[in-house]
Design a binder for this molecule. Sequence first.
Ligand SMILES: *Cc1c(COP(=O)(O)O)cnc(C)c1O
Length: 229
Amino acid sequence: MIGVTRDTGPLAVRIASIAERVERAADAAGRDASEITTVVVTKFQPVELLEDLYSLGVRDFGESRHQEAKEKAAALPGDIRWHFVGQLQSKKARAVREYASVIHSVDRISLVDALASDDLDVGVFAQINLTDDPARGGVAPSGLDELVESIQAAPGMRLKGVMAVPPLEEDPARSYARLRELSERVMRAAPTASAISAGMSGDFEQAVSAGATHLRIGTAITGERTRGA
Ligand SMILES: *Cc1c(COP(=O)(O)O)cnc(C)c1O
């Protein structure tokens, strides 16, 4: 239940501390922190934790698995914006649209086709794979233009911009600089698609420096996940 007496003090402290770091990173980059949305990634976390985050004012939640996200969306208030950030199977695409405001992981044309709909409106990010491993989520940079075109042509979808998870083997600042260049390339074809979804617990300051507008922060706010990754 919302409003029951759990000690949300430590969570409130972590939220405030991340907000302050985002603000400092924005200042250092000559940016306005108000243009940056922090999505709190709550995958594998219990509903009670999401209720606590909600009671502390969080309205942007990120989830990466459909079944879990669907159950949480049903259990929590309707004014939450659900951000789907995980790999998405085409056969689950339409079900995810039922609750998601934003899908950060659109990475292939078959998924665009599965998500397209005349009567819904969803914001999407084109997820880019910055590694050489095709098994990782995201479209290869060489396929990005074609993916962007298909999103622009699809009904019921607004292209917000680009998203990536930085490769483990590279300095995140370099990954995010590459993402920024790809964002600029996308904006030549889609001038309003200026958002960049980048930045996790360990590297969000570098992402802010590189222009990220949507940070996806999990453990630095929630504490450790009990399972999964
Ligand atoms: C889990 C996850 C995050 C958050 O990671 P943390 O290191 O916990 O901040 C961000 N983006 C995606 C796509 C994720 O799956």
